[in-house]
Design a protein around this ligand. Structure first.
Ligand SMILES: [Zn+2]
Length: 401
């Protein structure tokens, strides 16, 4: 679980109660099914308080009872689980060549997972916002037909996003100074649920932390598309930096006077190892701006041991390993995940990337850093967007009954 608060906690009664409700929810998320007595023992709250909190959570339909079980001393106890049914959390992602949507219930079960082709490189921000709004309306509409209340919606963008939801720069989709949050609020007629905008890699690492099964406190998630972003969790905290712009992994300058990058500089990692560069090396005659079919073809040729494709993936792996070694030397993560389109190509990227990482890391064996394929691939950022909504609930921002 990513924690975001470390300062002094507010002490008035309403806040203490909200904090305790969140404590019970988090305990259930990790340990359900459990009894009221289990919750008291696990959280240190007294049994009367737990009973009152559980009653409140049942009224809000965040928790439900699932029958009796024998406890250790033989008395039957009513077991509790998170109640997913009345709610939905939605995440969207806009990228250079696709839009995705994921909805989760409160317990984190996937309710929908959609992907649409999209021409991000040639669309104006206005066209992109209209497409995102249309996708959001379809997802919200589907949840409404299932009698679910939307708890929040988060949109992931491949670029620099400030805390107000303004995208100050997203070179691979040609955005600069786009107030995405305000535009979407207006396109969606000022919805009752909270709407947030975040960097795609930040959301991807939240999804890896919650659903990826890595079980580690230090994790870096790399997006793999036209750009290569990094979401960084250090000591269980998402690392955002002073203005929220941390993690611009794709613009690490690796080669002096290297190929031109969308950011206007030369020799950045993503100019060397982004999808555009991979396709150019592996399929020099490829046409069309949609990556998906080209990645499928590269995957097919790699399995058939096509020498040009294997060479292109080997070189890409080396560039990735070089860049990951910089992060490994700085942050010593346990795991670095290859997400997006890198996921399917990971078997051919990881051997060279790992060799390069070990060779360039100061610590023996790269300080234990392992490079692995994401289990979430292209849906990671959208799943992270929905996950961010659930994080707010887990921190005590509860829906009213
Ligand atoms: Zn760059």
């Amino acid at each position: 679980m990513i924690t975001k608060h470390s300062g002094p906690q507010p002490a008035d009664f309403a806040d203490v109660r909200a904090t305790n409700l969140a404590v019970v929810l988090r305990h259930l998320r990790l340990n359900a099914p459990c009894s009221r007595a289990d919750i008291a023992a696990g959280t240190g709250l007294n049994k009367a308080t737990v009973s009152s909190l559980v009653t409140d959570l049942i009224e809000r339909r965040l928790v439900r009872e699932v029958g009796m079980t024998e406890n250790r001393i033989g008395r039957p106890a009513t077991m509790l689980v998170l109640d997913g049914s009345p709610y939905a959390a939605i995440g969207l992602e806009v990228n250079a060549d696709y839009l995705t949507a994921v909805a989760l219930d409160l317990a984190g079960e996937r309710l929908l997972s959609w992907r649409r082709s999209f021409t991000g490189t040639t669309s104006s921000p206005g066209q992109a916002i209209a497409s995102l709004a249309a996708l959001a309306k379809r997802a919200v509409g589907k949840m409404a037909r299932e009698q679910r209340r939307v708890l929040g919606l988060t949109v992931g963008v491949p670029g620099l996003v400030d805390p107000d939801g303004v995208v100050s720069l997203a070179p691979n989709i040609g955005w600069e100074g786009v107030d995405l949050r305000k535009s979407l609020l207006s396109a969606l007629n000022d919805p009752a649920y909270p709407l947030l905008v975040d960097n795609d890699a930040n959301l991807a690492v939240m999804a890896e932390q919650r659903f990826g099964g890595h079980g580690v406190a230090n994790l870096v998630a790399l997006t793999g598309g036209a750009g290569i972003g990094a979401g960084i969790v250090a000591d269980n905290r998402l690392l955002r930096g002073a203005r929220g712009f941390a993690g611009e992994f794709g613009h690490l300058p690796l080669v002096a006077d290297g190929p031109a990058c969308a950011c206007g500089r030369r020799g950045c990692l993503e100019a060397l190892a982004g999808l555009g560069a991979i396709i150019k090396q592996a399929l020099p005659d490829a046409e069309g701006t949609e990556f998906g079919p080209h990645v499928d073809e590269i995957h097919r040729l790699a399995k058939a041991a096509d020498q040009r494709v294997l060479q292109a993936l080997s070189v890409t792996g080396q560039h990735l390993g070089h860049a990951i070694s910089l992060v490994a030397n700085l942050l010593n993560p346990s795991v670095v995940t290859l997400g997006g389109y890198f996921t399917v190509l990971a078997p051919w990227l990881i051997p060279d990337a790992s060799r390069e990482l070990v060779a360039r890391s100061v610590a023996a064996d790269a300080g234990g850093t392992r490079i692995v394929a994401s289990a979430l691939d292209v849906s990671a950022a959208a799943a992270g967007g929905a996950s961010r909504v659930l994080d707010a609930i887990d921190e005590g921002v509860l829906p009213t009954p």
